[in-house]
Structures are given as C-alpha cells and as structure tokens.
Design a protein around this ligand. Structure first.
Ligand code: SF4
Ligand code: SF4
Length: 357
C-alpha cells in the first residue's frame, strides 16, 4: 500500500498540474455560499474541501439530470434518415476530487443496475469509466450519518481510487487503484510517507470518526421476512401519512436511479432524452391506458422503502440500497426518516415493534 504525503502548500499547484491530463470535478459552493454542489470546475476553480457534504449527491457526474440519448430524423431526403445518432460527449479522463467515501460507494450499488452481464447503459458506464475518484475522509461525521451500518463509513475505500485524509498541515493520500496512482502522479505529488506510521495515523483517525457516528440501521430481520409479509404490513399508512410526494428524497439520494425517457419532436427531427424521475410521483408509473398500479401515496412510499430495504437486499445479497449519507433525513420537509422506517420494517412482528411512527 503506497501512501503519499501532500503538503497543503503544494495542493493548488498539484491540482493545476493534473489539469494537463484530467478534467477536474469537485465540490464547490454557490454564489450565496449556502448551497454546495459538485460539478466540473472551470479554470481557476478548485474543489472546496470544506464543502464536501453537498446537498445533492454527486450522481449527476455520471448520470446527468437530463441527458440526450440520441437524435434522429425521419426526413427521407436526409442521409441520416431513421438513424439514431448519439451526440459527441466528452469522456476524456476526469478526476473527481473531494467526493465523500459513501458517495463513491453509492456508485457501486447503482452500477448493479446500469452495468450488468445482460445490459450495459453506455451513457452511465462511459462516464463512470472516465472518472477517477479521489475521496476525502470525513473526520467529523454529522448526526444524520449512519454510513458505518450500511457497509460504507467515513473512511471507506469502496469505489475510491485514492483516499485523502486531512491531518492538518498535509493530506495523506492512500493510493487504492492504478487510476488513483496515475492521478497522483499527474499532480506531481511524489513524497512517499512511511507506510506503517501513516497507516497507524489513518487507522486512529478512522476510529475517532467512526466513534462519532451515533445512529445505525439493522436489516437482518428484513432479509428473513417474505416480501408479502412486509408489503401487506399495517404500518405503511402511518409512515406515508405526512409525505407530500415532493420527490426530494429521491433526487438528492446517491443511490436512486429511476429515470424516464421522453422524445421531443419538431417536424421530422427529434431528440430522445433520459431524465431523472421519481417513484414518489404519480406520473412515474402511470400507464398509457390511464391505469396506475401505484395510484396512491401510500403505494409510492411503500415502493421507495421496499425497493431500498427489501427488493434490493433480496436481489443482490449485498446489503441495502442506501449508503447512510443522511441526505434524505436532513432534507425531507416532513421529517420522514429512513432509519426509523428501516427499524419498523426490521422489527415488524416482534415484541419491540410496539410503537408507531
Ligand atoms: S422528501 Fe419526504 S415528503 Fe418528500 S417525497 Fe420524500 S418522504 Fe415524501
Ligand atoms: S440516507 Fe437517504 S439519501 Fe442517503 S443513500 Fe440512504 S436513502 Fe439515499
């Protein structure tokens, strides 16, 4: 395991050097300094490592909110008549610097849907493969972070190519993959730390950070229950009661992947778009016939939690479809808390499940 010591006085110069080979993506605050996002950085912009807890997750780096899939024309006089033309897009190497570890882990869960032996979404996969993920360990997780119980954590290396640890006057960069090594080389950061000393320091900092996490979810019993037991349970009305189906939880979640496909036609020309959608919206499941298999609020709320906490768990046998980032907990306008819902589902049918939402 190679660990490189990056003096903070050489941080900006290294980022600049890396721009010769990479596009830079990172967290950055908006004009009012109150809404941090993660996006491609222009000349002179640097990732703001004080703003890594972005309101929206970084999923849009590889899965834009709205994306052109292809253009077409039915004009018989055009040489491209009836062809599906995928537009040029920049898939040159891109370094995502300052991503939180649980957000990088989320891409691995989403990949199960977009990159399978039977089916490969070229838009998602090409953007993902062009990306190098340089994470920043979270030294002070907040009260809504429950990532350690979902298989991730503030110092998790899942999905990362390198992990930066802020030790005060320098970063320790743990190089995890060849992509991570290549990025650090391109940035010109060469000072190798003594691996034993550096690893010990990282492990100590990791233990302190993990000890700060005060909430957790358990789902062992959800796995043991049948789908119908949970689907037909009597708690869904209570859970869904205050939900306003605003979709906020799904839009800012790093692991929600629902999308909708729309064609926009003008005369004989058209564009097919792939847009984020949400299982919380009635239109998402509305059939052309007018029938809606999830026509009520309670059905939609149940779908969100059953997908994340039961269907995904059963299908992939790799945990729940949640990395514990806490975004939906912080931003739900009516305080619906997935930790509480998971607890209700997990303890359903047991003596402990005596309280209501
Ligand atoms: S953010 Fe809250 S109110 Fe909005 S759809 Fe999600 S659970 Fe419902
Ligand atoms: S805590 Fe909420 S927003 Fe974060 S991964 Fe889990 S479901 Fe998504």
């Amino acid at each position: 395991m190679k660990i490189v010591k990056i003096d903070k006085t050489d941080w900006s110069a290294g980022l600049q050097r890396s721009r010769e080979s990479y596009r830079l993506v990172g967290p950055i605050k908006g004009e009012n300094d109150d809404f941090a996002g993660i996006r491609e950085l222009g000349e002179g912009e640097e990732p703001d490592l004080t703003a890594t807890d972005t309101v929206l997750s970084p999923k849009s780096i590889v899965y834009p909110q709205s994306e052109i899939m292809f253009e077409y024309t039915t004009d018989k006089d055009s040489p491209d008549a009836n062809l599906l033309i995928r537009p040029e897009k920049n898939y040159s190497p891109c370094a995502v610097v300052g991503i939180r570890p649980y957000d990088a882990a989320a891409f691995l869960l989403v990949r199960k849907n977009f990159d399978t032996p039977e089916y490969r979404d070229p838009y998602w996969c090409d953007a993902y493969e062009a990306s190098t993920f340089i994470g920043l360990a979270v030294n002070r997780p907040d009260s809504t972070d429950f990532s350690t119980s979902t298989g991730s954590g503030p110092f998790s290396e899942k999905g990362l190519d390198a992990l930066l640890v802020d030790t005060g006057d320098h970063y320790l960069a743990k190089l995890i993959t060849e992509k991570g090594e290549a990025y650090v080389k391109a940035a010109g950061w060469k000072t190798e730390a003594d691996p034993d000393t550096a690893l010990k320091q990282i492990e100590e900092m990791k233990a302190v950070a993990e000890a700060r996490i005060s909430s957790a979810v358990a789902f062992e019993n959800i796995r043991k229950k049948t789908i119908l037991e949970l689907y037909e349970a009597d708690f869904w009305e209570d859970i869904a009661f205050s939900c306003i189906n605003c979709g906020t939880c799904t839009y800012l979640c790093p692991t929600c992947w629902c999308f909708d496909i729309q064609d926009e036609n003008r005369g004989t020309n058209g564009i097919r778009y792939k847009n984020w959608d949400s299982c919380m919206y009635p239109l998402f499941s509305l059939h052309g016939s007018g029938h809606n298999p999830r026509g009520t609020k309670v059905m939609r709320v149940r779908q969100r939690f059953m997908h994340k906490l039961k269907y995904f768990l059963d299908k992939y046998d790799d945990g729940i479809m949640c990395v514990g980032c806490g975004r939906c907990v912080r931003s739900c306008p009516v305080n619906i808390d997935i930790r509480r819902v998971c607890d209700i589902m997990n303890s359903y049918g047991t003596v402990e499940n005596a309280c209501t939402v």
